[in-house]
Ligand binder design. Structure first.
Ligand code: 5AD
Length: 348
């Protein structure tokens, strides 16, 4: 048996490889390995979640951000970005529309907008939980203090997404302004875990300066941290950032990594991300077939959707829109999966 197949077998049985082995699994990948990995990932996922694909209604609450991350289209230094911020009423209207369509998870995602203080957020979270006690609230609002995370949990938030972006400290430094630090990022993830959130991390595939060996460290980090969720998607350049001329990440490689992550931590909730769907016409379907089991359609008010532009040509219409749930259901059925409108917590 060749070495890659041996590594895939080991990963399937032990859910663990050395960093060196992850590196080999990445370096020696080919179509056959991708196919075998995807089959194993799919069957492992089906053993836990059957053919269900969970949906989350994504509400992009603000594209105002105090950070100036080099890759991101809503970075503070981008003067061409048309800024917006939703009000409490806007957000509640999104939830109402989403609940009616069937969504039982609302994700409030946004830049690090100082307007969203603990008080403002607690008020909104409390109201959502009061109106929809059977729905989960997920936050994706960046780095905050331990005390802040604690207050948000207390207000009723269930889950928190904070991509670690890269598990290599030097690489982290090349993607972020000097005010931001790898250690604070990782500390935030540990704090969120300690406070009792279901926690999601994640990284971009093919980000500038990324080397394949760094991804082995991302995989080791995921193996050790055992996040409840993990968002990975290809890097896609944005014209108003310093990385405008960098090349985009590879969707096939992203799917390969999705399969590996499924085998590392079988119960993980793994989205086929908007970035994957944006870069490849059938990206989302390919992600699901490779082992992903979550899709996050856009539930933001129609008039702001195009403004939350993290990268160029980000999808916000078609099946990416929450209103298109019926069409998404059909698409998923055609590849053998069933959209579930359950809350979809991690099965441990
Ligand atoms: N391409 C792909 N993903 C991006 N993100 C930000 N900018 C880009 C980009 N240009 C991802 C980051 C961030 C999440 C909100 O979106 O990983 O954590």
């Amino acid at each position: 048996m060749n070495n890659v197949l041996r590594l895939i077998d080991k990963l399937e049985k032990e859910h663990s490889l050395t960093v060196q082995e992850y590196e080999e699994l990445i370096e020696w990948r080919d179509d056959e390995a991708a196919k075998i990995l995807a089959q194993k990932a799919d069957s492992v996922r089906k053993g836990i979640y059957s053919n269900k694909v969970y949906v989350r209604g994504l509400i992009e609450v603000s594209n105002i951000c105090k950070n100036n991350c080099l890759y991101c289209g809503i970075r503070s230094g981008n003067k061409s970005c048309e800024r917006y911020r939703l009000t409490k009423e806007d957000i509640l209207e999104c939830c109402e529309a989403g609940y009616r369509i069937g969504f039982r998870t609302f994700v409030m995602q946004g830049g690090e907008d100082p307007y969203f203080t603990d008080e403002v957020l607690s008020d909104i979270i409390t109201e959502i939980k009061k109106r929809y006690p059977d729905a989960a609230v997920t936050l994706s609002l960046g780095e905050r203090s331990y005390e802040s995370y604690r207050i948000l949990k207390e207000a009723g938030a269930d889950r928190y997404l904070l991509r670690h972006e890269t598990a290599n400290e030097m690489h982290y430094g090349k993607l972020h302004p000097k005010e931001m630090s790898y250690s604070n990022r990782m500390n935030c993830l540990r704090n969120l875990r300690e406070i009792g959130f279901q926690v999601g991390c994640g990284f971009m595939v093919g980000s500038p300066y990324q080397e394949e060996s760094y991804i082995a460290n991302d995989l080791k980090f995921i193996e050790e941290f055992k996040p409840d969720m993990c968002g990975i998607g290809p890097f896609i350049p944005h014209k108003d950032t310093p990385f405008r001329d960098e090349k985009a990440g590879d969707p096939s490689f992203t799917c390969y990594l999705l399969s590996i992550i499924r085998l590392i931590h079988p119960p993980i909730l793994l989205p086929a991300t908007t970035a994957l769907g944006s870069i490849s016409g059938d990206g989302r379907e390919r992600g699901i077939m490779a082992g992903a089991n979550v899709i996050m359609p856009n539930l933001s008010p129609q008039n702001v959707r195009r403004k939350y532009e993290l990268y160029n040509n980000k999808l916000y219409s078609g099946d990416e829109a929450a209103e298109a749930l019926e069409s998404l259901k059909k698409k998923m059925l055609s590849i053998g999966y069933e959209i579930s409108t359950e809350r979809g917590d991690i099965k441990k």
